[in-house]
Design a protein around this ligand. Structure first.
Ligand SMILES: [Zn+2]
Length: 256
């Protein structure tokens, strides 16, 4: 009888809805894990980049220090040379050369001093980044653990629903079940729905009196003309369904 067959499908549907809910929950939680991972990776990349900046800066400082030393040596050499010179023109020419070198040296020293300032600032930044990374790492590990265990719980609950569903599935009419599964796949929502106040409770579109009568008769499957859901008449299944739920609940205790 159709109403009996629909009742089985309705039972399966409730398990499926629960499983869909759990799948969405799981996807959310996996998304959280992904966000945590990418945040940590981002910080880790920032630390590595900053470390490279500092290494690069130290190289420039060493080169710059070498340049300053070199200029100092050249000035010293010219000054020594100058002390032995007798001619005024030569002396003046050397003075000119020395002052050019001194200017060059002063510019290099200024640059070097800027490098030192920059190095101090970059090392500070690096220290802050490292401590942000460390605290994020330990916080996120805790959070990840919690999320992982909640995903495990979701999987377990889902497996329970699946087991119960597969049990009920054995009782289902193969043809109706096939239609039901196809609809469910499309809608990811309840697809066997009652008519309430002359409306499809799936899409809330008003149905005709003729349509309602067909559903009430319950001789064949009736589909919503608007959303293609299968319609059933509430009173056909509710009381009996409640009764059968009570029976099912009683069964285990009856065994004891
Ligand atoms: Zn509808």
């Amino acid at each position: 009888m159709l109403r009996e067959e629909l009742k089985v499908i309705l039972e399966i549907q409730e398990f499926d809805i629960q499983m869909i809910r759990l799948m969405r929950l799981k996807r959310d939680r996996e998304g959280e894990l992904e966000r945590i991972r990418s945040l940590r990776e981002d910080l880790s990349n920032q630390v590595v980049n900053k470390e490279n900046d500092v290494i690069e800066l130290k190289k420039q400082i060493r080169l710059s220090e070498g340049d300053v030393q070199d200029l100092k040596g050249r000035v010293q050499k010219l000054e020594n040379q100058q002390s032995g010179v007798k001619k005024v023109e030569e002396f003046n020419a050397l003075t000119q050369e020395i002052s050019t070198l001194e200017r060059e040296k002063a510019a290099k020293e200024q640059r070097l001093s800027d490098f030192y300032d920059k190095q101090a600032a970059e090392e500070d930044l690096l220290k802050n980044l490292k401590s942000a990374f460390d605290s994020t790492k330990s916080n996120s590990e805790q959070l990840e653990k919690e999320i992982h265990s909640s995903i495990l719980a979701i999987n377990e609950e889902g497996a329970q629903f699946k087991k119960q569903r597969d049990e009920v599935r054995k009782k289902a009419n193969a043809d109706i079940f096939k239609i039901y599964e196809k609809l469910l796949k499309n809608k990811k929502d309840r697809v066997v729905v009652p008519i309430e106040n002359r409306c499809c409770s799936g899409c809330h579109i008003l149905v005709t009196a003729q349509h309602e009568n067909l559903v009430r008769k319950g001789d064949k499957l009736v589909f919503c003309e608007h959303c293609s859901r299968i319609h059933f008449w509430q009173e056909h299944v509710v009381e009996e369904a409640q009764e059968s739920t009570t029976r099912r609940r009683r069964r285990p205790s009856a065994k004891v």
